[in-house]
Ligand binder design. Sequence first.
Ligand SMILES: *Cc1c(COP(=O)(O)O)cnc(C)c1O
Length: 461
Amino acid sequence: MNVIQNHLPTEELQAIDAAHHLHPFTSGDEINAKGARVITRAKGVWLTDSDGNELLDAMAGLWCVNIGYGRDELAEVAAQQMRQLPYYNTFFQTTHIPALELAQRIAALAPGDLNHVFFASGGSEANDTNIRLVRSYWQNVGKPTKTAIIARVNAYHGSSMGSASLGGMAAMHAQGGLPIPDIHHIGQPHWWAEGGDRDPEEFGLMRARELKEKIAELGEANVAALIAEPIQGAGGVIVPPDSYWPEIQRICDEHEILLIADEVICGFGRTGDWFGSQTLNIRPDIMTIAKGVTSGYLPLGGSIVSDRVAEGLNKDEFNHGYTYSGHPVAAAVALENLRIIEEEGIVERVRDVIGPYLARKWEGLNDHPIVGGAHAFGLMAGLALTPDKQSKAIFDTPPGTVGLRCREACFRNGLVMRHVGDRMIISPPLVLSEEEVDMLVDRAMRALDETHGWLREEGII
Ligand SMILES: *Cc1c(COP(=O)(O)O)cnc(C)c1O
């Protein structure tokens, strides 16, 4: 049996990696010069690297390991399913039990009449599906001019051509001629960075009303859908002002466009409900899922659609699908993951216990001299690094310089925290304990102190 061993010294592993492995969202020259960190094992919320260092993973991998690492039940289910039916497709009038059971389970968990699931292998694929799905829907119901999709600046919806076009990341659009045609962006509800002197609620309304203006500009007869994350994740854990979502919902209700909630991060417990749309009182027509649906143990994503959308879509053949749509092993693992989340009361624990506890501790970081706007929502949180929290000023260095410095300090202190520009963000496994929250925040504090010291030494503040 070819069991992968960690039998080589770290430098040799890094040399092989540098010689042959191209990394996502990474400058190759930079990583090859310094050597990638090699992660070899994980348990609970803890990672171990090839030098034996233990790191508290405050990012749950990439926002996905909701039930934590090392759950044998998922390994057992995967092995069993591989023995019984390792693969079959769901094209051409066939189905299999893991896919149909998972679709039923997800339909039961999803709010309202979101009762139908189209599977993909991740969030990017699912959002590509959504582009084609909403256009097919409008075509089938006799409104073929409704093709435009409205999305938001600094949104993240994936990295394929379609999903990256929906996303509003300038650096991604700059590489490869994105966005594709007929995708339009409106501003984001990022009060800390863009609200200026405005009251947050007034700013939230202002940003929501950009949707109305964009619909008017494009013509309602040409607009298929709005896509948005309930809480922007990769954009920096941006929690919109309370006024924002009710106004967006009102505008969607008033106009004939579909609302797609990208729940890839918010779904499966992160916000203290099964879906962020429930926490924020959003009534989407379609939800994108991925990440937490399997806790990242295997790749799986999907689009959950309402009765009305399914009815329209089903009128004609949908010329779309992926070889691995509803992959049986991934679906079986998802079912087991959802069973664990439910039986262990993980969603309720986020809402009632560990979410409020994290919020209290995290928001204490606001006392630190270089921290502003530290805010948690369920089990995700963000803060801005700033030279002056009163004026919400930004540093005089290229964006991301201080954030990267802080991230490196986190690693030195045994903590994985991510930076987005000069914001620091976390999204830990939902199963972390109170003691682990304390360790997380203590380590973050030490990293902030080191960053503060460096900023002074360099004369940046
Ligand atoms: C990660 C992410 C995606 C993309 O999912 P992949 O599985 O990486 O393709 C889409 N939307 C959101 C909100 C995400 O965070």
